[in-house]
Design a protein. Structure first.
Ligand SMILES: Cc1cc2nc3c(=O)[nH]c(=O)nc-3n(C[C@H](O)[C@H](O)[C@H](O)COP(=O)(O)OP(=O)(O)OC[C@H]3O[C@@H](n4cnc5c(N)ncnc54)[C@H](O)[C@@H]3O)c2cc1C
Length: 377
């Protein structure tokens, strides 16, 4: 039976980032990942460049575009452009490359990974975790990290995060070429998708397109409408393969650590309930998870409670406002567009949110006040 300081269930973005941060601190880490490899990860790859500071390696090789403009449209027209120049930039990374970069660096640092691995049983023995895997091997570790994404079973098992998780419905696809989207521009398209929106984020030679609904379990099965959205991004003749994914979104302040166990990323229900931003909270939670586990392993603190506090303070407070904005915006999207996007000061505020300079909390009270007064009148 092999022993590790930390065992991580899930080798996606949050799992790899946590493994990397821990390995840089000198700990022995085992990652158990259920898939063999992934050719395509359903994620548009938009991230605030300010997140680089939460990673202990240079990620420039995974950056496909540096974004200068953000375009907003209402049903293909009523154009609004937010200029990102002068703000910290927003990057588009290719997730397959980005995740691999983090994982490769952690493997170089001594992290071990079991692919096509499934954990069958977890018990606590003498204050350590004993994990039995589908390869019939058993592993011992001091700390356990749950990083198994939106369909996490283990966060429920350990009662981490909301009892009743909330999900956004998404459809994603990647098309060759950029259509009419400039290389340095992302586009948000409102009005076509009930209870949500569509987005187009440019990679070097292709476009990541996504459709998402955020309230009322809105479905995305209207193929004609979906095609209309894709056409609005400048594609006339296209065939494509779509991936449907339920994304576990933030749903209230909850405990995301237990005794010697914690959840990170989507498994901890951290994804932004307004814009589906999940890379930032994945990197934040991975960073603080490694920091708090390090403090425990080096005997500075006795438990992981500070982890939940840090995430709630640095992310949850803003998401509480993000959720309120989503509830109002997606219910009254026309008014939301007029008041939240078309106002003179809105593009700058949106740019500041995307670049991580401002939080929803900073702007929300004013926005919601305006939306409620207008939609009620
Ligand atoms: C269509 C779409 C577009 C998006 N676009 C953006 C964007 O532009 N910007 C942004 O910030 N966020 C975006 N997101 C959100 C972002 O992709 C997620 O928040 C992010 O992937 C979370 O990373 P994670 O590691 O927590 O989960 P995942 O990336 O889902 O990784 C979980 C890993 O765990 C593995 N796993 C699952 N179950 C088990 C198990 N039982 N045992 C072992 N391994 C297991 C999986 O195979 C996977 O490798 C988007 C999401 C979607 C769906």
């Amino acid at each position: 039976m092999k022993g590790f300081d930390v065992l991580i269930i899930g080798g996606g973005l949050s799992g790899s980032a946590t493994a990397l941060n821990l390995s840089k601190k000198g700990y022995s880490v085992l990652v158990i990942e259920k898939k063999n490899s992934q050719d395509y990860i359903p994620c548009a790859g938009g991230m605030a460049s300010s997140m680089q500071k939460f990673l202990p390696l240079d990620i420039k090789d995974a950056i496909e575009s540096k974004i200068k403009n953000v375009e907003f449209r209402w049903k293909g027209s009523d154009n609004v452009i937010a200029d990102l120049t002068g703000e910290s930039p927003f990057w588009i990374i290719k997730r397959e490359k980005f995740d691999q970069l983090l994982l490769d660096e952690s493997l170089r640092n001594g992290v071990q990974i079991i692919r096509q691995g499934l954990v069958e049983k977890i018990i606590k023995k003498n204050d350590k975790w004993e994990i039995t895997c589908n390869n019939k091997r058993r592993y011992i570790c001091e700390f356990l990290v749950i990083a198994d994404g939106s369909e996490s079973q283990w966060s429920e098992y350990f009662k981490l995060g909301p009892r009743k998780p909330k999900f956004a419905n998404t459809v994603s696809l990647r098309l060759k070429g950029l259509g009419e989207i400039p290389r340095d521009t992302v586009r948000f398209e409102f009005g076509f998708i009930k209870y949500g929106f569509a987005w187009a984020f440019p990679l070097k030679e292709s476009l990541n397109i996504g459709l998402g609904t955020f309230i009322n379990d809105g479905l995305l099965e209207n193929q004609t409408l979906n095609n209309q959205v894709i056409k609005s991004f400048g594609f006339d003749d296209f065939s494509y393969k779509t991936i449907h994914k339920k994304l576990r979104i933030w749903n209230g302040i909850h405990r995301i650590n237990g005794d010697k166990v914690l959840a990170v990323g989507d498994a901890a229900s951290l994804c932004d309930p307004f814009l589906a931003e999940g890379i930032r909270p994945s990197l934040l939670s991975s960073f603080y998870a490694a920091e708090c586990i390090d403090q425990c392993l080096s005997g500075k603190v006795d438990d992981l409670n500070l982890y939940t506090k840090k995430i709630n303070n640095n992310w949850g407070k803003s998401m509480a406002w993000g959720r309120r904005i989503a509830q109002v915006f997606y219910r009254f999207p026309r008014t939301g567009y007029q008041l939240g996007v078309k106002r003179k000061t809105a593009p700058k505020r949106i740019a500041q949110i995307l670049s991580g300079e401002m939080s929803y909390e900073d702007i929300a009270k004013r926005v919601i006040g305006r939306l409620l007064t207008k939609s009620g009148s």
